[in-house]
Design a protein around this ligand. Structure first.
Ligand code: OOG
Ligand code: MG
Length: 263
């Protein structure tokens, strides 16, 4: 049985309060085992409205579970999307203070910045390439609001697919100037290389994640991607749990590198 609008709103407030107060909660599906993915998205939408009421600005979207590494890590069969807000943006060179998070993880992603609007339901890879102003290297910070970072599909959708922070690289390149499927990244922790992957991990080509997002947003919500928005295309490598004292650095081919110190 579907829940009432009041119950969806209650669940949206519940996961947002956990984010704002840096604490974990049990999975929503413990109390509501029949929750569907559609209902998960519905809760995410209400949660986003609450964030906008608090003054946070929607600056784009993120795709998740687009690489095999992430689908295995999340136990998910299909990609999903979440929303990005302005207060998630962090500056290069700032340390990450572990006390300000619950159990953060870091992901290596290719981010698209749109120069033109994109509306589904028939957006293709070439449409995305032509509508993109530039791409950048990026780190995404995840911080699931669920105990032990464990969730089902509907739970993680309701929790804005664990979004918590964004760090964008300073090198900006038009995507038509490079082969995005072959673009590689290597992640180093305290001088040791721990992960490697290429853009091909992302649904064969990262622009496909943007196309899929535009089509999903249109079919599910009658929403379009707007010029100026960011789209994070999903982690190429498995998300890395952050540990105090570590220095993380990822080198992207052509797109420069990003670093983060954990304190
Ligand atoms: C969900 C977020 C997944 C990605 O890049 O695949 C994601 C999670 O793993 O907690 O952002
Ligand atoms: Mg991600």
């Amino acid at each position: 049985m579907p829940l009432t609008q009041t119950q969806y709103m209650h669940l949206a407030r519940h996961t947002l309060a956990a984010e704002e107060e840096n604490r974990t909660i049990p999975m929503l599906t413990q109390e509501f085992p029949d929750l569907t993915r559609e209902e998960g998205y519905q809760i995410q939408r209400l949660r986003a409205q609450l964030m906008q009421e608090r003054g946070h600005k929607l600056i784009g979207y993120k795709m998740g579970a687009t690489s095999l590494a992430k689908r295995i890590q999340m136990g998910s069969k299909m990609p999903s999307y979440g929303r990005l807000f302005d207060h998630y943006l962090r500056k290069e060179g700032e340390s990450l203070l572990l006390d300000q998070y619950i159990h953060p993880k870091l992901e290596n992603e290719i981010t698209f910045v749109l120069g033109r609007d994109l509306s589904g339901p028939f957006v293709s890879v070439p449409d995305v390439m032509n509508a993109t102003a530039h791409i950048t290297a990026s780190f995404e910070l995840l911080d699931s609001r669920y105990h032990n970072f464990k969730f089902t599909g509907p739970d993680v959708l309701a929790d804005n697919i664990s979004a918590r922070g964004i760090l964008l690289g300073s090198v900006q390149i038009n995507p038509n100037e490079l082969d995005l499927a072959q673009l590689g990244c290597t992640m180093w922790v305290d001088g040791e290389d721990v992960a490697y992957g290429t853009g091909a991990e992302i649904l064969g080509h990262p622009a496909r994640a943007v196309a899929e997002l535009a089509n999903l947003l249109w079919t599910q919500e009658r929403e379009s991607l707007k010029a100026g928005m960011l789209v994070m295309t999903g982690s190429v490598t498995p998300a890395k749990a952050l540990v105090r004292g570590e220095a993380v650095k990822t080198v992207f081919s052509r797109l420069g590198s990003l670093s983060l110190r954990v304190e």
